[in-house]
Design a protein around this ligand. Structure first.
Ligand code: PLP
Length: 374
């Protein structure tokens, strides 16, 4: 054996890129000391899941010893029936987060770039880095995805573009014409991923989650989730619809049993309960307006949102900052989301909750603004 000094590391070292990832920090779920906690930090639905989904979940307990159906056939069938799709074009994931990552693993490698907008969902950056690629962020205009800025950053190295529409945490959206313009400007080798996590909530005539584009084009994927309007975040269920060559690639690399039987059964029941979804939309539409109006009335700027949350802006000055508001609200049992990691240190994201939580939020925020905390 040679005694020459070796560059071999003394312990296992992750691939380049892995150490560059700042781990995703979920919204807080508790407030020490507060007797009643209102969690408005993770965009969950105040209505909870469909009763039919709960019944299906309970029934699934009878077969816990058996492996789940690795193709999620019942769930893909229910999704296909709801949206008039070919089940072969659908892949289910353990949350849409898994699918966003699998798309990066399938299409992005060292030397490749993954593109998204500056205040886009944090999972995109993590997925691109974890796949060994280089993340590229395009600036936004008025906290809204800027199609021209994205297109200006497309290069031969670009392999994937992620657009959350509407976006989290800003709550803003791109009209479908703008999504089409983005697609038209992309070279055919670039995969466009339209993340429609909040699509059901949007009430705008010029909005579309992008299904038509997925069906027309050879390089567009739409991802959706059961974590938001369907109220099944704990079960981890997402799905994507894509061209057959993309579903083929993702099916090759996903875990063979990536959804549990409980998730498959509950998801299939949830998507069939259209009345439950309609009730959630109705609740959100009323409260999104009320909260926006009330917070604006306190003199705070609110970014116009089409989702189930709002982005509230605070002055950077001492005594009135987002960090102080966050701490004050937490002390009153109202948990909201700081969004510094999204490049928005002076804003808080607040989920539209139930009537009681919304009232608690507004009461606490009013006291904060009026200086009752000082
Ligand atoms: C919440 C959210 C998701 C959904 O994640 P799941 O893994 O399905 O729970 C995806 N994209 C965006 C923009 C989100 O806010």
């Amino acid at each position: 054996m040679s005694a020459a000094p070796s560059a071999a590391p003394l312990r296992p070292v992750p691939r380049p890129g892995v150490s560059a990832i700042e781990a995703y920090i979920p919204g807080k779920s508790g407030a020490p000391g507060a007797h009643k906690v209102h969690k408005l930090s993770s965009n969950e639905t105040p209505l909870g899941p469909s009763p039919a989904a709960l019944a299906a979940l309970q029934a699934s307990a009878a077969s816990l010893a058996l492996y789940p159906d690795g193709n999620s056939t019942a769930l893909r069938g229910a999704i296909a029936a709801r949206y008039g799709l070919d089940p072969a074009r659908i892949v289910c994931g353990a949350g849409s987060d898994e699918l966003l990552s699998l798309l990066a693993y399938a299409y992005v490698g060292p030397g490749d770039e993954g593109l998204f907008s500056a205040h886009g969902f944090l999972v995109y950056r993590i997925a691109v880095l974890a796949a060994g690629g280089t993340p590229v962020a395009a600036p936004e205009r008025d906290l809204t995805t800027d199609v021209d800025a994205l297109l200006a950053r497309v290069s031969e190295r670009t392999k994937i573009v992620y657009v959350a529409n509407p976006n989290n945490p800003t709550g803003t959206y791109l009209p479908f014409e703008e999504v089409r313009r983005l697609h038209a400007g992309l070279p055919p080798h670039v995969l466009l991923v339209l993340d429609g996590a909040y699509a059901e909530y949007v009430r705008r005539n010029d909005y579309s989650a992008g299904l038509d584009l997925v069906l027309e084009a050879d390089n567009v994927v739409m991802t959706r989730t059961f974590s938001k309007i369907h109220g099944l975040a704990a079960l981890r269920i997402g799905w994507m619809v894509a061209p057959a060559h993309v579903t083929d690639a993702v099916n090759r690399i996903r875990g063979p049993f990536n959804l549990s039987s409980a998730a498959i059964a509950a998801g299939a029941a949830a998507i069939a309960d259209e009345a439950h979804v309609a009730a959630a939309v109705a609740h959100n539409t009323v409260w999104l307006d009320r909260l926006t109006e009330a917070v604006t009335g306190l003199g705070l700027a609110v970014t116009p949102s089409v989702g189930n949350f709002l982005l509230v802006h605070f002055p950077a000055e001492a005594g009135r900052s987002a960090a102080e508001a966050d701490a004050y609200l937490a002390g009153r049992g109202v948990i909201v989301r700081r969004v510094s990691a999204y490049g928005l240190p002076d804003a808080l994201r607040v989920t539209v909750g139930g009537a009681e939580a919304n009232a608690a939020f507004l009461a606490a925020l009013t006291d904060f603004v009026r200086g009752a905390h000082a």
